[in-house]
Design a protein around this ligand. Sequence first.
Ligand code: ADP
Length: 644
Amino acid sequence: MVQLFETHFRHGYLKINTGKKPYAINNEPKAFAYNWLFLHPMSNTDTHETDQVAILTEQHALQKAGGLHWFHWLVVSLSLLLTLGVWQYSRVQVQEKIENRFSREADQVITLISERLQKYEDALWSGVATISSHNGDMNKQQWQVFATELHLPVKYKGINGIGVIHNVPGEKLNTYLQQQRQMRPNYRIHPQHNNGYLLPISYIEPEIDNLAAVGLDVAHETNRLTAALKARDTGEAQITGPIILVQDAEKTPGFLFYAPFYDNLKTDSLEERRNQFAGMVYAPFVVHKLMRGTLEKNRRQVGISISDNGEYLYDENKKNEIDFDPNPQFKKTYAIDVYGRQWNINVWSTNAFRKETQNAQPMLILIGGILIDTMLLSLFLLLSRANRRALMFAERMSESYQHKAQELQKSVSRLETSNEELAQFAFAASHDLQEPLRTLSNFSELLEEELAGTEQSERVLLSVKFISEAAERMRNLVFGLMSYSRIGRAPTLTQVNCNTLVTHVIADLDAAIDAQLTNISVGSLPTISGYETELHMLFLNLISNALKFKKADTQLQLNIACVDKGKDWCFTVSDNGIGIETEYLDQIFMIFKRLHSQDTYPGSGIGLANCKKVVNLHGGKIWVDSSLNKGSTFCFTIPKVIIL
Ligand code: ADP
């Protein structure tokens, strides 16, 4: 046990008492270096303080590294900024998309209104063309046929009807009335006025819906008259400003749409147009009917209001409207010229539009980004908490190791003291025993000599011989013990040329070598770093054993060799001697262990124990490969670098 500790401490496993500053335990530097720092200070006060400072510095650095730092906050802030940036970008993109959609829808509404009016204008001009094809005039029945062909309720939902207004100059009034009363005796022009023109509605289809309009003189009021004169003068279709149609029971705003026709087709100049002006095909509009069909409210997600010179023709901006949005997202105003009038059309987004275009993407990005940032921050916090806990744990472990190291150090000191005391005792005892044993041996030899030639009985002589031999054996044992205890006492590490060393050993054993029956082969041996005296003893024991345990009447073949095993030299001393039974291979290295009687092979049983101690002193290993009657090979390693 003592030896084990000695070897371990000497050769770098723990290195507690060497006074140097190893940085590793079993060559595993980082993992245990921290703990080692607590093992080491026991040996050297200066180094201890330096190490303590290093530990505290490292602990402080680790504690700092374990907390949250500016770069953690930077990462989180950057991530947050990125989230806000992406959110803002996505919001703008979505807003732009929705705005474009609104613009498209609003433009579409305007286009539809324009197209619809265009379509009605076409209907009026087709009426004009039909009149022309009837040589400038048509009677009520013919007009009825034409109007029926138009399929007004189906194709022209916006108009109340289509009719004909005649320009009746004063001199032709009677003729006109006669003509009209042929089929309608009650026909009359109304209301009376002094505006200088007579522009009565002669017939309108379907008449049943427009009875109130039949005979109405559109010249009776300025709005209707102005548009009519404008149509006359321009030759183009015109509409009136907002009016309430006489035939509209609901009294909602509307307008009249005129297309003029002339007696003569040549109407290039204003004068010609005024002179030839025969009348107008007209259509009364109720604006809310204009919105039927493709412009129906449920077909769009925008609200519309139409005003003419500040007067509303149509207005959906009312609380009771479906999908009314008191605070619309988007609004747009169009000023469009419509057949001689200017309409202001306001378009705005409705609640349906808001619902339809609701886009959760920016909000999802924002929430997702904030969630990720929160998770990132939590992760940092968790990591820093884990770091702090790991540090606390490491500190606790260090303290525990420090305590254990101190305990171990004490044990080692105690062991070393007792080891030293034991070695001293063994040396002193064996040294002091030498003298009385030598005396005993000398006197027994003397007694033997004196008894020789006398008539003492053979039994006495034999007893004296036994005493003498026992004293000799005892001396050998004590000598062996003394040499064993001497091994490793203040050895000096030198460069040892093993070839020279082995040559010297063989020379020392020269007397014991029977040249006839011995063949010694020594390979190329290296020069190694080691303890020369001890190595000499090692080879001496191994070679002398080979000489001793040779087979009788067989030439001894002794081979000494060495191979390079990287970190170690591996020496072998092999013989073709009597060999060793397998079960004893480990035991023979124990002190006083012998496998033979003194009579067969004399010896002390200390030789191989010495060998083992020498190899251990160098930090190597020793073992034997052998089988009975087939020789033995003793192997031992010597590290190339001896750790003190
Ligand atoms: P001893 O004084 O008996 O030689 P050692 O410690 O040197 O003591 O050897 C212990 C025992 O190991 C020996 O008694 C012997 O039985 C065995 N032994 C040692 N070397 C050899 C060898 N080369 N061949 C066979 N047996 C050996």
